[in-house]
Design a protein around this ligand. Structure first.
Ligand code: ADP
Length: 556
């Protein structure tokens, strides 16, 4: 098109040249004949020059159109809404994003004044002010955040930019771009709300939440420290727990050990108890959970959760004391009843009243059961209070087993208690406590084999230890419960639970006694077929008289 136009011009100009050439014969008949050659040449060169200019012009025209198309494409592909307006804010054109964002058509938009658009929805005082400055002072603006309810688009938040193209020319174009940041704002607000929620959670938790750096410097301290330990968080933040110690001197090593362990095992909860000094000088017992987030760039610390369990500990102590006192108080009268009933049994036997003797004997067995329960309660209490005492004496194991089995055999007619003992060995430890363990295993073997006929106790002596096995052919234990039977209060929960009475303490106490005598306890069992409980204990002296613990020492 442009090229054609340019050619047209060239043709008309060539026509003029021809006419100029024909001026040799003008209408008035006068012919100017001066330097005809030169004029023709000059005209020809001018003609050529003009042709070149024409060519250049058409190239420029094409370039301009290209640039125009290019700008148009950019404007159309913009995500931001864009308005091109005259200097008096009459809309010349808008891009697709504008029409999409504001649900308007070109007909409703083009030729309309900005402030009349959509029933005056752009009539926003802050925008008006900025546009005024742009109109009067050529002062462009950027990132003007505006939240507005637009009649056609609802409530949205935009970042507005306004500038003037060719500001020096009066009547130049004003361009307004609008970036819709509504969803970004909503997300930011949501994030802030979440942050606020977690901040409130941490700040209002009654547990103290602390963040330590790897070297033990307090990076964060939650406000709960004030109510628990009397310190303002700022008194602790920045302090190093190794230099500025509030942990009880006896618990320091333990607490540092917990922190070290947490640092070595990221993402694992490390729990423990210790005492911390209150600002008033008293100590509070703390139940702590440490978890290392040293590998987490956002936290880069060890988070500690401290719960004040001082009051709970006091209550627990009171409860333990109560159980201790109550079982002790119970034990005295039960011991007396036992003594009287034994005398009574003897008297009945002597007087030939076998029926009464039998009844009293049954009563005796029940008193024994009661005594065992009370002793278990007392021992449990001692274990919990770390007060279980052990005697150190030398005793013959086989003798102890024989004594126990004979005594137990008197209590059951149904079960034959069979002993298969290895060579005699001398033990060093607490005879009574070891007897308690074996008696517990034997009693369980009888109790949990209501249809069984035999209970077998075996010993096997090797280099350093003796292993005692108590086998029954009773109800057995499911595989999943095998490890749990040594836990305190554990009882297999089955419909038969009422058949077998007990406190779930016997094996816990037995395990503790064995552990304290450097031994091991374990069980193998098959449900419905029976169980074998094993105890292994270090041997002090073999029958040959060799002291295996101190081979050079003579033993009696
Ligand atoms: P208790 O007998 O008072 O319940 P124990 O600590 O002695 O408590 O035993 C814990 C649990 O282990 C018992 O409740 C029982 O379920 C199981 N158990 C112990 N000994 C045997 C056994 N010889 N055979 C089968 N189950 C047993």
């Amino acid at each position: 098109m442009e090229r054609k136009g340019a050619q047209k011009k060239q043709v008309s100009f060539a026509g003029k040249t021809n006419a100029a050439g024909q001026q040799k014969k003008p209408a008035n008949g006068r012919v100017k004949n001066e330097k005809p050659e030169t004029s023709r040449e000059a005209l020809q060169s001018a003609n050529e020059e003009l042709t070149t200019i024409n060519d250049e012009l058409s190239i420029r025209n094409a370039e301009l159109k290209g640039a125009n198309d290019y700008t148009g494409m950019i404007i159309e592909s913009l995500n931001d809404a864009l308005l091109i307006m005259t200097a008096d804010l009459k809309i010349k054109s808008a891009n697709k994003s504008f029409y999409r964002s504001f649900k308007l058509t070109p007909d409703q938009t083009e030729g309309t004044y900005l402030f009349d658009l959509g029933g005056g929805m752009f009539h926003i005082p802050r925008l008006r002010k900025k546009l005024k400055s742009l109109q009067t002072k050529n002062a462009g603006f950027s990132d003007l955040e505006i939240t507005q309810t637009f009649t056609t688009a609802g409530t949205r938040t935009f970042l507005l930019n306004g500038f003037r193209s060719l500001p020096a020319i009066p009547g130049s174009t004003i361009i307004l771009t609008m970036q819709d940041i509504t969803s970004r704002k909503e997300m930011e607000e949501q994030l802030m709300e979440n942050e606020e929620r977690f901040r409130l959670l941490v700040q209002n938790s009654s547990d103290i939440i602390t963040v330590f750096s790897e070297d033990g410097t307090v990076l964060y301290e939650s406000p709960a420290i004030e109510s628990v330990l009397g310190y303002n968080p700022n008194e602790r933040i920045g302090r190093n727990i190794n230099m500025d110690v509030i942990v009880h001197p006896e618990d320091k090593e333990h607490k540092l050990g917990l922190l070290k362990k947490a640092a070595l095992h990221p993402d694992t909860n490390i729990t423990g108890e210790f005492r911390l000094r209150h600002k008033n000088g008293s100590y509070r017992t703390i139940d702590a959970i440490f978890r290392s987030f040293l590998n987490n760039k956002k936290i880069n610390g060890i988070i500690a959760n401290y719960r004040d369990i001082t009051d709970r500990k006091i209550l627990e102590q009171q409860k333990d004391d109560f159980i201790g006192v109550a079982s002790h108080e119970l034990k005295t009268p039960v011991t007396s009843i036992k003594a009287y009933s034994q005398i009574l049994e003897e008297l009945f036997k002597k007087s030939g009243d076998t029926r009464s003797a039998e009844l009293v004997s049954k009563m005796n067995l029940q008193v024994d059961r009661l005594t065992t329960l009370i002793v278990d309660l007392l021992d449990f209490n001692r274990i919990e209070g770390n007060q279980l005492k052990f005697r150190e004496e030398s005793y013959a194991l086989n003798e102890l087993i024989t004594e126990l089995t004979e005594e137990l055999q008197r209590t059951t007619r149904q079960h034959a208690i069979i002993t298969r003992l290895d060579r005699p060995v001398q033990m060093k430890g607490d005879r009574y406590r070891t007897g308690q363990v074996l008696s517990n295993l034997l009693n369980n073997a009888i109790k949990y084999s209501p249809k069984g006929k035999e209970v077998i106790i075996t010993t096997a002596v090797d280099d350093r230890q003796v292993t005692i096995a108590v086998q029954d052919f009773g109800v057995g234990i499911e595989k999943e419960h095998l490890n749990k039977v040594f836990e305190r209060f554990f009882r297999v929960a089955e419909p038969v639970i009422n058949t077998f009475s007990g406190l779930g303490l016997g094996l816990y106490i037995a395990a503790e006694i064995v552990r304290r005598q450097n031994g091991k306890i374990w069980v193998t069992s098959e449900k419905g077929k029976g169980s074998t409980f094993y105890v292994s204990l270090p041997v002090f002296k073999y029958s040959a008289g060799i002291n295996i613990l101190h081979p050079g020492k003579k033993v009696d």
